[in-house]
Design a protein around this ligand. Structure first.
Ligand code: 6R9
Length: 679
């Protein structure tokens, strides 16, 4: 099947355009205590200080050996940061805090059921657990520096423990979001070449104990179909001494962690001193074409970048109680639940369940009880909380000094509710624009120094120089009101090092489009193409409009249209499929699937259900389409390419653009009639 858009379909094209908003300033109290309150920081990170400015971030870490080169640009665009330096990420997140803060909470885990006790993991306890688990990984699993291991873990403290244990050994972890299906996990196991899978029997979500072990069996089978054998599956138990899954353990392969861990009790494993450029982890994300990409993040540059941005943008101090209400299975959780906050020695809260379970007051009760003072979440959660309990925050006695949003554009109206009602008018708000690939924030406001503007993420972060280019590489000037492709002109320490074992795809996807000279060793010739549409106001603030490629951002999760379409094609009856983004009040965007059937078959609810089930199986329930439309044919170009732009226009009640070049223009009215009447 030939699916391509003549003119690429893009979220940015269906973006809702907001008017420019006014500024908001944080309180003098916030400014008085902020980590970045001296405007000289902006000069220290000015363009003429690049790349040395980032030494300021690197100096927040403890190094075994200092670097000799801050930035090596000899092999563009494979930038290397802090070359010659050596460090261990686990040491930086755990060991170095022991002397002063041994008995301080590193993690506070809140299980979903409110009658289950909260678990506090002090830095000393984290040190013990990480060491014992590292010993198990090394001796029981035979893992060594450079090996990959896949996790398919929900939001439990075992996840950061496992991440840090890998980091201690220099083993590359690859966590697959718990909500993804076993099949999706299996594909990632195979791609990364992991022979160990770490999972859990079950977890609580939305009031249910969900069987998770079943997905491990599917994952191992899928990995095997792709040529990768998994010889060990480590299973954590959600409840001690009890197996909470109906799925049998496979003898010789599956083992309960708490059956083997006692052997490693009290063991201490020396942190392995890793080169700054050694990969720390892989994080898979959806791309324009083909299978998900394993984004590879470095140890030194990444850790320096997330530590620096956690300190200055989220204003994390060691004495804060910080809660990022997101899942560690996404980049946000890696950077801003685990590595950034722990590197700064703060207390990071982990919540297992749904933010609205059992009611819209749950988050505010957690905040009140734990004295959370920094809160971080995504617009989709904010919209949901606002809808279900607009007046709930006022009922609870908590006080945030700072709040963050991430993952998708936030509507100014929703922003104002977040600021006034959730933040009680006291909290500074930062809207942070960035990506799995970028490791940390790219666009945001420094909370005490740059005023907030609802709907805009802000200017480039410290040391980041974004620019908007048009399709031909011309610069779109600030204040012109024109949208274009947002790019970053310079490298930065948090940028990913590559796509796991696909260097060409890495260069093609992110650097080819605006590269000025492929033989150049000068970073100025290699802007990073982010794949987002944006406009820049006169004041330099950016407004992100959405993806310009074939990726749909649903409630902050990236889904590739190709992945969705391939899942549909696993259903026998389906001849062709097209996925389009549709603007949705609660989730930002949702997916609608258009499918056509093989000749002679009749449309019906049964086929629609099969399509939804196939997406659940291949990707996971988060990708489930809002609607499956069965159409008699797809709008196509004369060369047979499906025009998603036209379908997206219909689904969004928007202009479908010029259809005169279609091979079958009459189908447009047919589909419009069918779909718009039913909506
Ligand atoms: C961190 C994360 C990345 C895509 C990105 C963009 C969208 C993220 C945003 C935002 C508007 C923000 N995005 N933050 N859009 N405002 N503050 O979300 O990573 O899952 O890789 O998604 O999300 O479209 O390209 P990831």
């Amino acid at each position: 099947m030939n699916i391509e858009n003549e003119i690429p379909l893009s979220e940015a094209q269906i973006a809702v355009h907001w008017r420019e908003e006014g500024y908001f300033s944080p309180s003098p109290k916030f400014i008085g205590q902020a980590n970045a309150s001296d405007p000289s920081i902006l000069e220290r990170f000015a363009e003429d200080r690049f790349p040395e400015c980032f030494v300021e971030y690197a100096e927040l870490l403890s190094w075994d050996t200092y670097w000799n080169t801050v930035l090596d640009t000899s092999d563009p665009p494979f930038w290397k940061w802090f070359v010659g330096g050596r460090l261990n990420a686990c040491y930086n997140c755990v060991d170095r805090h022991l002397q002063a803060d041994r008995n301080k909470a590193a993690l506070i885990w809140v299980p979903e059921p409110e009658d289950e006790p909260t678990r506090v993991v002090t830095y000393q306890e984290l040190y013990r657990q990480v060491n014992e688990f590292a010993a198990l990984l090394r001796e029981y699993c035979g893992l060594k520096t450079g090996d990959r291991v896949t996790f398919h873990l929900p939001m439990v403290p075992e996840l950061p423990v496992a991440m840090l244990a890998c980091a201690r050994l220099g083993v590359i972890h690859s966590e697959v979001f718990g909500g993804f299906s076993g099949t999706a996990c299996g594909g990632r196991i195979a791609d990364s070449g992991s022979r160990v899978l770490i999972t859990m029997d079950a977890y609580q979500r939305g009031g249910q104990l969900i069987d998770h072990k079943v997905k491990a069996d599917e994952a191992v089978a899928e990995a095997a179909r792709n040529g990768q054998e998994v010889d060990k599956v480590l299973v954590f138990r959600r409840y001690p001494d009890k197996y909470s899954s109906d799925t049998p353990m496979v003898s010789g392969r599956d083992v309960f962690v708490d059956d083997v861990l006692p052997e490693y009790r009290g063991r201490v494993v020396e942190p392995v001193s890793m080169p700054a450029e050694a990969p720390l982890f892989l994080m898979y994300t959806s791309g324009t074409t083909g299978r998900p990409k394993g984004c590879e993040h470095s140890t030194g540059g990444y850790l320096a970048y997330v530590t620096g941005t956690s300190k200055y943008y989220q204003d994390i101090h060691p004495e804060d109680t910080y809660w990022c209400c997101a899942d560690i299975g996404w980049i946000t959780g890696h950077s801003y639940i685990v590595y950034g906050p722990l590197s700064l020695g703060t207390t990071s809260v982990l919540y297992e369940g749904a933010p609205t379970y059992p009611d819209a007051g749950r988050c505010w009760r957690i905040a009140e009880r734990l004295h959370v003072d920094i809160f971080h979440t995504a617009p989709t959660t904010i919209r949901m909380l606002r809808k279900l309990g607009p007046d709930e925050p006022a009922k609870y006695d908590y006080h945030f000094k700072h709040m963050t949003t991430v993952g998708e554009p936030i509507e100014p109206e929703v922003w104002r509710w977040y600021h006034q009602v959730v933040g009680k008018g006291e909290a500074a708000v930062v809207d942070t624009w960035w990506q799995t690939e970028t490791g940390g924030f790219l666009g945001s406001t420094l909370p005490a120094l740059q005023p907030m503007k609802p709907g805009s993420c802000g200017p480039g972060a410290l040391g980041i120089y974004p620019v908007i280019y048009d399709e031909d590489g011309g610069t779109v000037e600030p204040g012109s009101g024109r949208a274009g492709n947002i790019c970053i002109r310079n490298p930065w320490p948090g940028v990913f090092q590559g796509i796991w074992h696909q260097p060409e795809r890495f260069v093609d996807t992110y650097y080819r489009k605006y590269c000025r000279d492929k033989d150049s060793k000068d970073w100025h010739d290699w802007p990073y193409f982010a794949g987002d549409g944006a406009v820049q106001a006169e004041d330099g603030y950016f407004r992100i409009l959405g993806r310009v490629d074939d990726v749909i951002n649903v409630a902050g999760h990236r889904l590739g249209t190709k992945e969705l379409e391939s899942a549909c094609l696993t259903v026998d009856e389906i001849a062709e499929a097209a996925a389009v983004p549709v603007v949705d009040e609660d989730r930002g965007r949702v997916v609608e699937m258009y499918v056509s059937l093989k000749p002679g078959l009749r449309p019906g609810k049964e086929v629609e259900d099969k399509v939804s089930a196939a997406i659940d199986r291949e990707i996971g329930k988060i990708a489930r389409p809002r609607h499956v439309w069965i159409v008699s044919d797809m709008p196509k170009t004369r060369s047979g390419k499906i025009m998603r732009r036209v379908i997206a226009g219909i689904s969004n009640f928007a202009d479908v653009g010029d259809v005169s070049t279609l091979a079958n223009p009459e189908i447009v009215d047919d589909i419009r009639h069918h779909v718009q009447r039913a909506k």
